[in-house]
Design a binder for this molecule. Structure first.
Ligand SMILES: O=C(CO)[C@@H](O)[C@H](O)COP(=O)(O)O
Ligand SMILES: [Fe+2]
Length: 225
């Protein structure tokens, strides 16, 4: 049995002037989840959007809203993101001292809880919270911007996290520089949710761009169980 690969286009690379339309377009083109990057200009050196924007695009799709919080602190805002329509809420391990508490709070609101780690953070950081997590996100770029070059050494972290997860029903997501060329590397290392921004929204058709990433990843993991 193969492990199904989910594709989550990051709307950070979408046309913000037509965000609702863009969300509908990637939904219809075969996106499994919609990845939403929230940045605060403090945890990462960039600013994006907050709960009102998520609430505004929520009626445009029924797909899972995968909200990647690059904010510190995250805890005071979790409820607002849940109410705005997030389904998965991911906090960075590096963003605060109370990771377990953040994951607990997300689950207490009936949402899926994710923990993210940067390329410079050891895989071992997530081990103590695996029983509180529905998803682990391994960054394959330093967070803050779309269109950056893939950091290959992060594949070792992905493989370590996959081994730690073992039989638990936890998704392993990767984010940053994912293309048809890098998708086989992360899929082989154990990723099963692939975020892609510029590789999806770069032009051409969204369907073809996502299908190329999915096909490359699935070809690399055809024998995984
Ligand atoms: O979280 C982030 C960046 O911090 C990502 O979700 C990016 O939006 C991915 O963009 P590409 O690297 O695929 O262009
Ligand atoms: Fe992201």
């Amino acid at each position: 049995m193969t492990r199904p690969i989910l594709i989550a286009p990051s709307i950070l690379s979408a046309d913000f002037a037509r965000l609702g339309e863009e969300v509908r377009a990637v939904d219809e083109a075969g996106a499994d989840w919609i990845h939403i990057d929230v940045m605060d200009g403090h945890f990462v050196p960039n600013l994006t959007f907050g709960p009102p924007v998520i609430q505004a695009i929520r009626p445009h799709t029924g797909k899972v809203f995968d909200v990647h919080l690059m904010i510190a602190p995250a805890d005071p805002y979790l409820e607002a993101f849940a109410k705005a329509g997030a389904d998965v809420i991911t906090v960075h391990a590096e963003a605060g001292p109370h990771l377990h508490r953040s994951l607990q709070a997300i689950r207490a609101m009936g949402k899926k809880a994710g923990v993210a780690i940067n390329p410079g953070t050891p895989a071992a950081v997530v081990e103590p919270v695996l029983d509180m997590a529905d998803l682990v996100l391994c960054m394959t770029v330093n967070p803050g911007f779309g269109g950056q070059a893939f950091i290959g050494s992060a594949c070792e972290t992905i493989a370590r996290v996959r081994a730690m997860i073992g039989p638990r029903p936890i998704r392993l997501e990767v984010d940053g520089g994912v293309t048809p060329e890098t998708a086989p590397l992360v899929a082989r290392a154990g990723a099963d949710v692939l975020v892609a921004g510029s590789a999806v929204f770069k032009g051409g058709t969204y369907h073809a761009n996502m299908a190329a990433i999915r096909a490359a990843a699935e070809a690399a993991t055809g024998t995984l169980v």
